[in-house]
Write a protein that binds this ligand. Structure first.
Ligand code: ZN
Ligand code: ZN
Length: 110
């Protein structure tokens, strides 16, 4: 059977409590991403995915959460910062047992 590679999508996106964002993926996967982790990996030009400074409470709290079409998610933080994550970037942050259990998984894919 031919397996067609479809672009990954998010079928459901919502805040989980005050400190995390949850999402359902089109391949059936579920992720819960802590806001702290999301902010630390902010891919914008200022953060470059590596925020090592201490984060204030407002820097880890969401002001707005919004899907941008099918391929990205917009997050506005209480401290005024804004982040746009592509779905690929979000999925890479998933640390669930399944994702974390494959340390040998090649990052580059095929
Ligand atoms: Zn940033
Ligand atoms: Zn996962």
């Amino acid at each position: 059977m031919e397996q067609q590679r479809k672009p990954l999508r998010i079928s459901d996106l919502n805040e989980v409590g005050r400190y995390a964002v949850g999402m359902h993926w089109s391949d059936g996967h579920e992720s819960i991403l802590p806001l702290d982790s999301l902010r630390r990996h902010c891919p914008c030009l200022a953060c470059r995915g590596e925020v090592t400074a201490e984060l204030s409470e407002d820097s880890r709290r969401l002001h707005q959460l919004m899907r941008l079409g099918d391929a990205a998610v917009f997050m506005a933080w209480r401290d005024g910062h804004e982040t746009i994550y592509t779905l690929t970037q979000l999925r890479a942050l998933c640390r669930c047992a399944y994702c974390a259990g494959e340390p040998e998984k090649p990052i580059t894919g095929a």
